[in-house]
Write a protein that binds this ligand. Structure first.
Ligand SMILES: Cc1ncc(COP(=O)(O)O)c(C=O)c1O
Length: 421
């Protein structure tokens, strides 16, 4: 008789067979457990998501779509993809879902491929104002292959200038308008974008990679009723595996599917597709709606605490899981603040702020997010303290050890992968 079959990760076996890699896994878990993670684009997936990711589904080639594969033996993985698609459609009230994109960037590439030809004009948010690389940066395929017109935020309000968006759309007649951002703390007015897109006959794509988890939990309005295509990542506030997905209208379903496969991808990552299904299932539960609401409450508590110490929130606050903080008044760069926080066990990233005089490697700001700490069970009181700790160590790096001790005390109560999901 053989041993019991193993369906998932066997850490003991990894330690025996490859102690070097096993040690890296241990060290990374230690790293996140001994520090506070304020990276706005990260989260801690549930153990169930991790189990699906570490499963034998990674072995299966399944080019194509359920029931229409180019490989044999796909009848089992078909069930995983059908579940993922059905759950995504139900969760987001979407007419169509494609769960195969390997990442958010791949989802955008596929969406552009479905809607545009090289050389076509698209209107999207400028990277220095919060847009993503894939929204037309010159160092990305999007900036090289399309004629990109960029909009930004107003200097006085630091909010999207919808009049500017409309003026640019009327002047340049883009085929596609992209809304959504990577460092914009406020709600986006999808109704306004829909109106502008309709006025100029453009497609509207909402790249909600960041706030899709908050939309899933009903904590902020969804982009789905307004956009022709919605692209997302599954690993940020949504708390699923690293990956992407696309939602669209029935009208665009075939175009989107063909753009993902065979146009930009080959075989889907079936273990990740299964993990996406798990995450969508988790996001349908009432606890997730509560989680999404708490993420925003926590982001506000953190932002307010930072503001007390002169760390100004760009646009004056946040409606989401993230805040962009202007450090100009402190005379400390974003890069230096990132280093000082790291020395105290707080991980965050430097970020350009709108109209930043510093380059992206230095920056005048930092970006903070509360998806991870909320998953760990922290509440507004803890986030108020985290804000004070960030501010103390950014102002005075000599406090690093003292701050680290408070960080450890907070983490002693709120550990990732120990509390319940
Ligand atoms: C708005 C937006 N779009 C796309 C992406 C790309 O996602 P990925 O890193 O999975 O390619 C990101 C990632 O941060 C993002 O913020």
């Amino acid at each position: 008789m053989g041993a019991e079959p193993s369906y998932g990760p066997d850490f003991g076996l990894l330690q025996k067979q490859d102690p070097e890699i096993a040690q890296i896994l241990i060290d990374e878990l230690d790293r996140v457990r001994s520090g506070i993670q304020l990276i706005a684009s990260e989260n801690f997936t549930s153990p169930a998501v991790l189990a699906a990711l570490g499963s034998t589904l990674t072995n299966k080639y399944a080019e194509g779509y359920p029931g229409r594969r180019y490989y044999g033996g796909c009848e089992v993985v078909d069930r995983a993809e059908r579940l993922a698609v059905d759950r995504a459609k139900r969760l987001f009230r979407a007419e169509h879902a494609n769960v195969q994109p390997h990442s958010g960037a791949s989802a955008n590439l596929a969406a552009y491929a479905a809607l545009l030809q090289p050389g076509d004009t698209m209107l999207a948010m400028a990277l220095p104002h919060g847009g993503h690389l894939t929204h037309g940066s010159k160092v990305n395929f999007s900036g090289r292959w399309f004629d990109v017109v960029s909009y930004g935020v107003r200097r006085d309000t630091e909010l999207i200038d919808y009049d500017e968006v409309r003026d640019l759309a009327l002047r340049h007649q883009p085929k596609l308008i992209v809304c959504g951002a990577t460092a914009y703390p406020r709600l986006i007015d999808f109704t306004a974008f829909r109106g502008i897109a309709d006025e100029v006959g453009a497609w509207l794509l909402a790249d909600v990679a960041h706030p899709i988890g908050l939309m899933a939990g009903g904590a902020i309005p969804s982009a789905v009723p307004y956009a022709d295509v919605v692209t997302m990542t599954t690993h940020k506030a949504l708390r699923g595996p690293r990956g992407g997905a696309i939602l669209c209208t029935e009208e665009l379903a075939k175009k989107i599917d063909r753009a993902v496969f065979p146009f930009i991808q080959g075989g889907p990552l079936m273990h990740v597709v299964a993990a996406k299904a798990v995450a969508f299932g988790e996001a349908m539960r009432p606890e997730f709606a509560d989680y999404a609401r708490r993420v925003i409450v926590n982001a506000r508590a953190l932002t307010d605490a930072l503001a007390v110490d002169g760390m100004r929130a760009v646009s004056g606050g946040t409606d989401t899981h993230l805040s962009l903080i202007d450090l100009s008044a402190l005379g400390v760069s974003g890069a230096e603040a990132e280093r000082r926080c790291a020395a105290a066990g707080i991980t965050l990233n430097r970020n350009v702020i709108p109209y930043d005089a510093e380059p992206a490697t230095i920056t005048s700001g930092i970006r903070v997010g509360t998806s991870c700490v909320t998953t760990q069970g922290m509440g507004p009181q803890e986030l108020e303290e985290v804000g004070t700790l960030v501010s103390r160590v950014v102002r005075d790096p000599a406090c690093a050890q003292e701050v680290r001790e408070r960080v450890s005390a907070l983490l002693a109560i709120h550990q990732p992968y120990l509390s319940e999901y």
